[in-house]
Design a protein. Structure first.
Length: 106
């Protein structure tokens, strides 16, 4: 998982690829706990791009994406939000990844 800045995240989302973005913060303990779990998930899903963005460095993106709680994980396909997970549930992130993949294959 690659840490990105606000412009990079927008470019990734607009790339029409399968993208999973974790929005977190350096001061957020649940975010810190989720990040290595998502990194592990990313190893099994090399067809997707996994990225991390710090809300304190990407406030405009977080506002546009209507992020209300941390951590939030958003899945995109063809520049469209497919779904999101709020909280640090590894199983919910895995379900999100499958939902994105199913959308891409339909």
């Amino acid at each position: 998982m690659i840490t990105r800045n606000e412009d990079d995240i927008r470019d990734l989302i607009d790339s029409n690829k399968l993208v999973v973005v974790q929005i977190g913060a350096s001061w957020c303990m649940p975010c810190k706990h989720l990040k290595p779990k998502i990194e592990k998930i990313s190893l099994d899903n090399s067809d997707m791009i996994f990225a991390y963005v710090d809300i304190d460095e990407a406030r405009d993106y977080a506002t546009e994406a209507d992020v209300m709680s941390l951590p939030t994980v958003i899945g995109y396909h063809d520049s469209i939000e497919i779904d999101r997970v709020v909280g640090n549930s590894e199983s919910a992130v895995k379900e999100l990844v499958e939902k994105i993949r199913n959308r891409a294959n339909s």
